[in-house]
Design a protein around this ligand. Structure first.
Ligand code: T5A
Length: 210
Protein backbone atom coordinates (compact mmCIF):
# COMPACT_ATOMS: atom_id res chain seq x y z
CA UNK A 1 0.00 0.00 0.00
CA UNK A 2 1.41 3.39 -1.00
CA UNK A 3 1.35 5.86 1.87
CA UNK A 4 -1.06 8.76 1.38
CA UNK A 5 -0.03 12.42 1.33
CA UNK A 6 -0.43 14.78 4.26
CA UNK A 7 -1.54 18.37 3.53
CA UNK A 8 -2.08 21.10 6.13
CA UNK A 9 -3.80 24.47 5.77
CA UNK A 10 -2.56 27.29 7.97
CA UNK A 11 -3.14 30.98 8.53
CA UNK A 12 -4.49 33.53 10.97
CA UNK A 13 -8.09 34.03 12.06
CA UNK A 14 -10.57 34.12 9.19
CA UNK A 15 -7.98 33.39 6.48
CA UNK A 16 -10.40 30.87 4.93
CA UNK A 17 -8.78 27.58 6.00
CA UNK A 18 -12.00 25.67 6.71
CA UNK A 19 -13.67 26.69 3.46
CA UNK A 20 -10.57 25.89 1.42
CA UNK A 21 -10.01 22.58 3.18
CA UNK A 22 -13.52 21.50 2.17
CA UNK A 23 -13.01 22.64 -1.44
CA UNK A 24 -9.66 20.88 -1.73
CA UNK A 25 -11.06 17.67 -0.24
CA UNK A 26 -13.91 17.76 -2.78
CA UNK A 27 -11.44 18.31 -5.65
CA UNK A 28 -9.25 15.40 -4.54
CA UNK A 29 -12.25 13.09 -4.12
CA UNK A 30 -13.50 14.09 -7.57
CA UNK A 31 -10.36 12.56 -9.10
CA UNK A 32 -10.78 9.37 -7.08
CA UNK A 33 -8.40 10.01 -4.18
CA UNK A 34 -9.56 8.77 -0.76
CA UNK A 35 -9.28 11.68 1.67
CA UNK A 36 -9.68 12.15 5.41
CA UNK A 37 -10.64 15.75 6.24
CA UNK A 38 -9.59 16.76 9.71
CA UNK A 39 -8.75 19.74 11.92
CA UNK A 40 -6.80 20.95 14.93
CA UNK A 41 -7.22 21.28 17.77
CA UNK A 42 -9.22 18.05 17.55
CA UNK A 43 -9.57 15.58 14.71
CA UNK A 44 -9.92 12.42 16.79
CA UNK A 45 -12.21 11.44 19.67
CA UNK A 46 -9.78 12.22 22.50
CA UNK A 47 -8.27 15.25 20.74
CA UNK A 48 -11.78 16.72 20.37
CA UNK A 49 -12.12 16.48 24.17
CA UNK A 50 -8.89 18.47 24.51
CA UNK A 51 -10.28 20.97 21.97
CA UNK A 52 -13.27 21.45 24.25
CA UNK A 53 -10.95 21.99 27.24
CA UNK A 54 -9.00 24.58 25.26
CA UNK A 55 -11.78 26.52 23.58
CA UNK A 56 -15.16 25.99 25.23
CA UNK A 57 -14.70 27.27 28.76
CA UNK A 58 -13.41 30.80 28.28
CA UNK A 59 -10.25 29.98 30.25
CA UNK A 60 -7.08 32.07 29.88
CA UNK A 61 -4.47 29.32 29.64
CA UNK A 62 -0.84 30.17 30.34
CA UNK A 63 1.04 30.13 27.02
CA UNK A 64 3.17 27.08 27.94
CA UNK A 65 0.13 25.21 29.30
CA UNK A 66 -1.68 25.95 26.07
CA UNK A 67 1.26 24.71 23.98
CA UNK A 68 1.30 21.49 26.03
CA UNK A 69 -2.44 20.97 25.60
CA UNK A 70 -2.15 21.47 21.83
CA UNK A 71 0.77 19.03 21.82
CA UNK A 72 -1.27 16.43 23.74
CA UNK A 73 -4.20 16.83 21.35
CA UNK A 74 -1.82 16.55 18.38
CA UNK A 75 -0.24 13.36 19.75
CA UNK A 76 -3.71 11.78 19.97
CA UNK A 77 -4.73 13.13 16.56
CA UNK A 78 -1.65 11.56 14.97
CA UNK A 79 -2.14 8.18 16.62
CA UNK A 80 -5.91 7.93 16.22
CA UNK A 81 -6.47 9.59 12.83
CA UNK A 82 -3.52 10.81 10.76
CA UNK A 83 -1.01 7.96 10.83
CA UNK A 84 -3.58 5.16 10.31
CA UNK A 85 -5.19 7.05 7.40
CA UNK A 86 -1.85 7.66 5.67
CA UNK A 87 -0.83 4.03 6.20
CA UNK A 88 -4.10 2.95 4.55
CA UNK A 89 -3.21 5.03 1.49
CA UNK A 90 -5.64 7.87 2.21
CA UNK A 91 -4.65 11.48 1.87
CA UNK A 92 -5.13 13.64 4.96
CA UNK A 93 -6.08 17.32 4.75
CA UNK A 94 -5.97 19.12 8.09
CA UNK A 95 -7.33 22.57 8.94
CA UNK A 96 -4.36 23.69 11.12
CA UNK A 97 -1.48 21.58 12.47
CA UNK A 98 1.91 22.23 14.08
CA UNK A 99 2.62 25.63 12.47
CA UNK A 100 -0.37 26.98 14.42
CA UNK A 101 1.50 26.29 17.65
CA UNK A 102 4.60 28.06 16.31
CA UNK A 103 2.52 31.08 15.27
CA UNK A 104 0.04 31.37 18.16
CA UNK A 105 1.95 30.08 21.19
CA UNK A 106 5.37 31.09 19.82
CA UNK A 107 5.16 34.40 17.95
CA UNK A 108 1.79 35.32 19.46
CA UNK A 109 2.33 34.41 23.10
CA UNK A 110 6.07 34.24 23.56
CA UNK A 111 6.81 30.55 24.18
CA UNK A 112 10.46 30.11 23.10
CA UNK A 113 10.97 28.55 19.68
CA UNK A 114 13.38 25.95 21.12
CA UNK A 115 10.70 24.72 23.52
CA UNK A 116 8.19 24.36 20.69
CA UNK A 117 10.76 22.68 18.43
CA UNK A 118 11.51 20.17 21.18
CA UNK A 119 7.80 19.43 21.65
CA UNK A 120 7.38 19.05 17.89
CA UNK A 121 10.22 16.56 17.67
CA UNK A 122 8.63 14.53 20.49
CA UNK A 123 5.07 14.64 19.21
CA UNK A 124 5.23 14.90 15.41
CA UNK A 125 8.69 13.54 14.69
CA UNK A 126 8.83 12.17 11.16
CA UNK A 127 5.10 12.69 10.55
CA UNK A 128 5.59 16.22 9.19
CA UNK A 129 3.19 17.42 6.48
CA UNK A 130 4.20 16.76 2.87
CA UNK A 131 2.72 20.13 1.93
CA UNK A 132 1.59 23.14 3.96
CA UNK A 133 -0.58 25.79 2.33
CA UNK A 134 -0.32 29.06 4.24
CA UNK A 135 -3.29 31.32 3.49
CA UNK A 136 -1.99 34.86 3.71
CA UNK A 137 -4.30 37.84 4.32
CA UNK A 138 -3.79 41.15 6.13
CA UNK A 139 -4.84 40.70 9.77
CA UNK A 140 -7.74 43.15 9.52
CA UNK A 141 -9.20 41.35 6.48
CA UNK A 142 -9.11 37.98 8.25
CA UNK A 143 -10.59 39.41 11.43
CA UNK A 144 -13.43 41.06 9.52
CA UNK A 145 -14.21 37.73 7.82
CA UNK A 146 -14.09 35.81 11.12
CA UNK A 147 -16.32 38.35 12.82
CA UNK A 148 -18.72 38.33 9.86
CA UNK A 149 -19.06 34.58 10.23
CA UNK A 150 -20.09 35.15 13.87
CA UNK A 151 -18.58 32.13 15.63
CA UNK A 152 -15.24 30.60 16.53
CA UNK A 153 -12.34 31.40 18.78
CA UNK A 154 -13.46 34.68 20.31
CA UNK A 155 -10.48 34.73 22.65
CA UNK A 156 -7.96 35.26 19.87
CA UNK A 157 -10.26 37.37 17.77
CA UNK A 158 -10.44 39.77 20.73
CA UNK A 159 -6.64 40.21 20.81
CA UNK A 160 -5.29 43.52 19.49
CA UNK A 161 -4.22 43.95 15.88
CA UNK A 162 -0.51 43.68 16.71
CA UNK A 163 -1.07 40.12 17.96
CA UNK A 164 -2.64 39.17 14.62
CA UNK A 165 0.11 40.94 12.70
CA UNK A 166 2.69 38.86 14.63
CA UNK A 167 0.81 35.72 13.60
CA UNK A 168 0.92 36.74 9.96
CA UNK A 169 4.63 37.62 10.13
CA UNK A 170 5.33 34.28 11.78
CA UNK A 171 3.52 32.33 9.07
CA UNK A 172 5.34 34.25 6.36
CA UNK A 173 8.65 33.52 8.08
CA UNK A 174 7.80 29.79 8.24
CA UNK A 175 6.97 29.79 4.51
CA UNK A 176 10.29 31.50 3.75
CA UNK A 177 12.32 29.18 5.99
CA UNK A 178 10.79 25.96 4.63
CA UNK A 179 10.05 26.53 0.93
CA UNK A 180 10.20 22.81 0.10
CA UNK A 181 7.28 22.11 2.46
CA UNK A 182 5.31 25.37 2.36
CA UNK A 183 3.48 27.43 -0.26
CA UNK A 184 2.30 30.93 0.64
CA UNK A 185 -1.11 31.51 -0.97
CA UNK A 186 -2.48 35.01 -1.51
CA UNK A 187 -5.88 34.59 0.18
CA UNK A 188 -7.17 38.12 -0.37
CA UNK A 189 -9.11 37.18 -3.51
CA UNK A 190 -12.59 35.68 -3.60
CA UNK A 191 -13.28 32.07 -2.57
CA UNK A 192 -12.95 30.75 -6.12
CA UNK A 193 -9.66 32.54 -6.82
CA UNK A 194 -8.13 31.17 -3.61
CA UNK A 195 -9.46 27.65 -4.34
CA UNK A 196 -7.82 27.79 -7.77
CA UNK A 197 -4.48 28.81 -6.24
CA UNK A 198 -4.77 26.00 -3.67
CA UNK A 199 -5.45 23.38 -6.34
CA UNK A 200 -2.57 24.72 -8.46
CA UNK A 201 -0.17 24.39 -5.52
CA UNK A 202 -1.26 20.82 -4.81
CA UNK A 203 -0.99 19.96 -8.49
CA UNK A 204 2.52 21.38 -8.79
CA UNK A 205 3.91 20.09 -5.51
CA UNK A 206 2.27 16.66 -5.29
CA UNK A 207 1.86 15.86 -8.99
CA UNK A 208 -1.87 15.23 -9.04
CA UNK A 209 -4.08 16.65 -11.82
CA UNK A 210 -6.99 18.59 -10.27
N1 T5A B 1 -4.73 27.25 17.94
C1 T5A B 1 -4.83 26.11 17.20
C2 T5A B 1 -3.59 27.55 18.67
O1 T5A B 1 -3.52 28.56 19.36
N2 T5A B 1 -2.53 26.67 18.63
C3 T5A B 1 -2.58 25.50 17.91
O2 T5A B 1 -1.60 24.73 17.91
C4 T5A B 1 -3.77 25.21 17.16
C5 T5A B 1 -3.86 23.95 16.35
C6 T5A B 1 -8.94 27.19 16.75
C7 T5A B 1 -8.11 28.16 17.56
O3 T5A B 1 -7.05 27.45 18.15
C8 T5A B 1 -5.86 28.17 17.99
C9 T5A B 1 -6.04 28.97 16.73
C10 T5A B 1 -7.50 29.26 16.71
O4 T5A B 1 -7.71 30.50 17.30
P1 T5A B 1 -11.21 27.37 15.48
O5 T5A B 1 -12.55 27.63 16.10
O6 T5A B 1 -10.94 26.00 14.97
O7 T5A B 1 -10.12 27.80 16.54
O8 T5A B 1 -11.07 28.43 14.39
P2 T5A B 1 -9.95 28.77 13.37
O9 T5A B 1 -9.15 27.59 12.96
O10 T5A B 1 -9.20 29.93 13.93
O11 T5A B 1 -10.80 29.20 12.17
P3 T5A B 1 -10.94 30.67 11.75
O12 T5A B 1 -11.94 31.28 12.63
O13 T5A B 1 -9.64 31.36 11.69
O14 T5A B 1 -11.46 30.59 10.30
P4 T5A B 1 -10.86 29.99 8.97
O15 T5A B 1 -11.04 28.52 8.99
O16 T5A B 1 -9.53 30.49 8.57
O17 T5A B 1 -11.84 30.68 7.97
P5 T5A B 1 -13.23 30.15 7.42
O18 T5A B 1 -12.97 29.24 6.29
O19 T5A B 1 -14.08 29.68 8.54
O20 T5A B 1 -13.79 31.51 6.83
C11 T5A B 1 -14.20 32.55 7.71
C12 T5A B 1 -15.30 33.39 7.02
O21 T5A B 1 -14.72 34.09 5.93
C13 T5A B 1 -15.37 33.74 4.72
C14 T5A B 1 -16.05 32.40 4.98
O22 T5A B 1 -17.16 32.20 4.13
C15 T5A B 1 -16.44 32.54 6.45
O23 T5A B 1 -17.64 33.24 6.57
N3 T5A B 1 -14.33 33.63 3.71
C16 T5A B 1 -14.17 34.50 2.70
N4 T5A B 1 -14.85 35.59 2.35
C17 T5A B 1 -14.41 36.26 1.25
N5 T5A B 1 -13.34 35.86 0.50
C18 T5A B 1 -12.65 34.78 0.80
N6 T5A B 1 -11.60 34.38 0.07
C19 T5A B 1 -13.06 34.04 1.97
N7 T5A B 1 -12.57 32.91 2.57
C20 T5A B 1 -13.35 32.69 3.64
Amino acid sequence: MTRGRFITLEGGEGAGKSVQRDRLVAALRAVGIGVVATREPGGSPSAEVVRDVLLAHGLAWQPLSEALLHAAARAQHLVETIRPALADGHWVVSDRFNDSTRAYQGAGQGVPAETLDQLDRMVVGDSQPDLTLILDVPAEVGLARAQGRGQGSDRYEAMDLSFHERLRASYRAIAKAEPERCVLIDATGDLEAVATAVRAAVQTRLGVAL
